[in-house]
Design a protein around this ligand. Structure first.
Ligand SMILES: CC(=O)N[C@@H]([C@@H](O)[C@H](O)[C@H](O)CO)[C@@H](O)CC(=O)C(=O)O
Length: 307
């Protein structure tokens, strides 16, 4: 990798993909969405086309158009646009990686394929390497997501020695709850100056204690401003304050989970809280009843107003 790397830290919003009522991608929302994240949520970096963004339900062409719009409208406003390029076909991953490099993205991330699965960490490393060579100058992040991919070998095993095969490797987005494995990722990353970003929003404080450098998550879209206060309290050594804020976010997420909190519900919640028209989810996800989203959104608004 030739250019110097901006280390990815702090809160990163895993963005939703705006769709029209007819189910087509709605690029007109991206500009106002970026302004909303910066002005109302104090969020300056995004992770697009991931789980929250229904990336696996989008065509390669749609993913390219979205990545193009995020990079175009985010230029000079956002600090980092990370493009998730994970797909079942390595050819699609490679095409998306090459495209991300051509539009000036700041990094790419890849999940493990989840239909034909790698048989071990070495096979997954090889897969990530074969994607990375299509964007050799872009920081590459492994997106560890065992709950969705079913690929559950330790992320630390994937990181171990990966710098020898992928010079552009820069860290891991860890969406899992195994704190032993997470800690080992942080430990290994230290000597490489890589980033470990945590992806379970309701457990972020535990990950910060272990040394995570930031977080990528859906809830930072609508309460990132308050979670930034939690990060500041933690950095100041005010653990009581940090814990109180994490408890409040836990309570909201638990409330939402008890109502059935999938990406479709989450997307409608974002529309209710932000006023941006995120539109429906794409099948197989089903639209969320508005009253359910409004109940969750009200909790979020109360949380935000209280801070
Ligand atoms: C499985 C899942 O969707 N996890 C979310 C979390 O932000 C999650 O919505 C939150 O912790 C609430 O459970 C993120 O990690 C996903 C994410 O970063 C992405 O959209 O790629």
């Amino acid at each position: 990798m030739s250019r110097s790397v901006k280390k990815l830290t702090g809160l990163v919003a895993a963005t939703f993909t705006p769709l029209t009522a007819e189910g087509e991608i709605n690029l007109s929302v991206i500009g106002p969405y970026i302004d909303y994240l910066i002005e109302k949520q104090n969020i300056k970096s995004v992770f697009i086309n991931g789980t929250t963004g229904e990336g696996s339900s989008l065509s390669v062409e749609e993913r390219k158009q979205l990545a193009g719009a995020w990079c175009q409208y985010g230029r000079g406003k956002l600090e980092q646009v990370i493009v998730h390029v994970g797909c079942l076909s390595i050819k699609d991953c490679q095409e998306l990686a090459r495209h991300a490099a051509s539009i000036g993205a700041d990094g790419i991330a890849v999940t493990s394929p989840s239909y034909f699965k790698p048989i071990n960490a070495d096979a997954l490393k090889l897969f990530i390497k074969e994607v990375s060579i299509f964007a050799p100058d872009l920081p590459m992040y492994y997106y560890h997501l065992p709950s969705m991919t079913g690929v559950a070998f330790d992320a630390a095993d994937v990181l171990n020695g990966i710098e020898q095969v992928i010079p552009s490797f820069q860290g891991v987005k860890y969406t899992g709850t195994d704190l032993r494995d997470l800690g080992q990722c942080v430990s290994y990353s230290q000597s490489h100056n890589w980033s470990v970003l945590f992806g379970v929003d309701e457990q972020l404080l535990g990950a910060l204690v272990l040394g995570a450098h930031g977080a990528v998550g859906s809830t930072y879209n609508y309460f990132g401003r308050v979670v930034n206060q939690m990060l500041a309290a933690f950095d100041d050594g005010n653990h009581m304050q940090a814990r109180a804020l994490q408890f409040e976010s836990m309570e909201i997420i638990t409330f939402a989970k008890n109502l059935g909190f999938d990406v479709a519900v989450n997307k409608q919640v974002m529309s209710e809280v932000s006023g941006l028209a995120m539109g429906p989810p794409r099948l197989p996800l089903l639209p969320c009843p508005v009253l359910k989203a409004q109940a969750i959104a009200q909790k979020i608004k109360d949380f935000s107003q209280g801070h």
